[in-house]
Ligand binder design. Sequence first.
Ligand code: GLY
Length: 429
Amino acid sequence: MRVLIVGSGGREHAIAWAISREPDATKIYAAPGNPGIGQIATCVPIDATSVQELASFASSEKIDLTIVGPEAPLGAGIVDEFQKKKLKIFGPDKRAARIETSKSFAKDLCSRYNIPSPHWETFTDASLAKKALDHQGPPWVIKADGLAAGKGTTVTNDRREAETAIQRELKREPGRIVMDEFIDGWEASLTATVSGGRAQWLTPVFQDYKPIYDGDTGPNTGGMGVYSPVPAVTPSLVEKVKRRILDPSISALVKEKVPFRGILYLNIIVKHGTEDPRLLEFNARFGDPEAQGIAPLVSRGLLAHMSAVAEDSIRPPLPECSSSASVVVVLASAGYPASPVTGAKITLGRIAQSNVVLFHAGTTKTPAGELVTAGGRVLDVAATGPDVQSAREDAYAAIGTSIHFQGMQYRRDIGSGEIRRRRLEQIQT
Ligand code: GLY
């Protein structure tokens, strides 16, 4: 099978790496890819949102399956364009991707179909939103309605911070914000694939770390690490999420004539002292860095699964996944997330641990062939093991001995096992 992977981050490197281990994958392209992906695939310099150019490429190169990594091409209608040209592609079309690209679309669906989610209101007018701060009372949760690269949410007790967030988020497309009820609880990320109007869990449950510093302090980022399994997640909780959130959402989309096909990622929150999950948000693609934690757990069958989902099969065969623990530590540039320093030389030694994989996120090569930083999140160190403790020890050992760039910052507490509360402070950059 000839495969094209769209995107250039750590998630796309992880997908490419997992696909490269599949015997059925005869040729892998990535657009635009990155230097890490370039070690296992042919990178083509087409932007991830140039949907027509990508469709022409897929057609001329006789690509059997295109896999879309990030949300931006989904929002730009890549799936619609490929389907128009009868090219097989993994991901939801533009209307279904609104489940991620429009928070108000997702919240409205939850309200109309009784899917448990925090109470919410939308605003396009700053003065009305500020008045609502009075009747809602702190803590306030203010979210951009559209895509914000994981950085459009502010949770705060400080009235001035809340007002600043309202002004800032209203400036983003589409000029609308969502204000959510605050739930004091812990979060988890669940990943399902959806096809033929049915959803199946694809992977174990992860917990991700958004704030930049240890102890969940400092500004929010796209994600500084993940681990799985999460001790607080019980089989009965996962079953409740399926029965109360996942299945009703899929049926609601079918009823609304917006059938969804592809990855559905659920960010849920469980109020402390309860086992009642509520939906915080959906994503229409793999989480990043969850995908980097998932890829090393998949032993085989991912390509066949994705291909069957792209055909809207009612029962796509699930890939084989090991039940090992998985930990991903993200290595970020100096200045991230406010103003990442790029162009720092990256030194990579041999990684001695056979259970550790290094994924490239924001790297590039200079004309002289030197590997340098090219973004906020630079590299992802993914380790598996019999339990989270041993996986995290190996991930951190690999970082300490094999990887360096000037200003490299990373959290030392990924998977450290503490129960993590949702943070109450200003978290926007
Ligand atoms: N890790 C969360 C996300 O990908 O949005």
